[in-house]
Design a protein around this ligand. Sequence first.
Ligand code: AMP
Length: 281
Amino acid sequence: MEIFKTKSALKAFLNPLKASGKKIALVPTMGALHNGHISLIDLAKESADIIICSIFVNPTQFTDPKDLEKYPRPIEHDLAMLNQAGCHGVFMPTVEEMYPQGADENWHIDLGNAEFLLEGAFRKGHYQGVTQIVKKLFDAVEPDVAMFGQKDFQQVLMIKNMVAYFNLPIILITCPIIREEDGLAMSSRNIHLTAIDRENSLVLSKSLQFVINNFEKLPLTELENRAKLFYQNLSGIDLDYFTIANGNTLEPAKSKNELNIIALVAAKVGSTRLIDNMIIR
Ligand code: AMP
């Protein structure tokens, strides 16, 4: 497995491979890797010959400087996991390499109204930062395919919009959520959970599963209200939102007959903010 710190070193590695017809997949991450990330690497192998994983904690997508500061960075462990998974190259640039003009460089594109809903409402400017760095990573790698997790469902929508905005010839593949045995969605942030937080965290997957199990039986508003009740008597957990939404617009679903429906949740568990979702159809 090769490690690249600069765009030029990465291009020097990739150019001959591309010239010989190899398909390239990019798996963008912020590191602190777990089996969810590795599942993206495994799925990438089905669509490409060469797998590049990027590890970059992108400052422009953090709204809370403390969150950026405490973001875990276990780089030796990450590299061992990627090597084991059969990743071919790791791109781990510095902030200066990605933002030569400084991280406050100008970037704004129209991502549609969904930018401002859910995560976008709680983390102002988050998706501008996300699409800014993903465009830079796409420019550096010029992959044929790029892998993203359904775990960050709204992020996938925003990246699709960015790819359409620039008309990029990149196939996006959305990968299923990998969970711990008890249902908690794997996340780099889970290591911050205390023992009590870890118990409380199960309410996210349980409330989503409740909606899945009762979707045919109960009206939409009752489903949502009863899912929110799961959070009511738990101390140490603050619900940011629980919504049953249209999977294209992220607006609340108006009818069960809509084509794509998804339940999404975000909650602060102790001092750690977690998100999760389940696709209803
Ligand atoms: P992150 O390092 O959190 O930016 O995540 C990198 C990629 O891994 C994103 O596309 C995430 O959606 C995806 N990912 C994160 N957690 C999971 C999970 N539990 N299962 C599958 N993919 C995930």
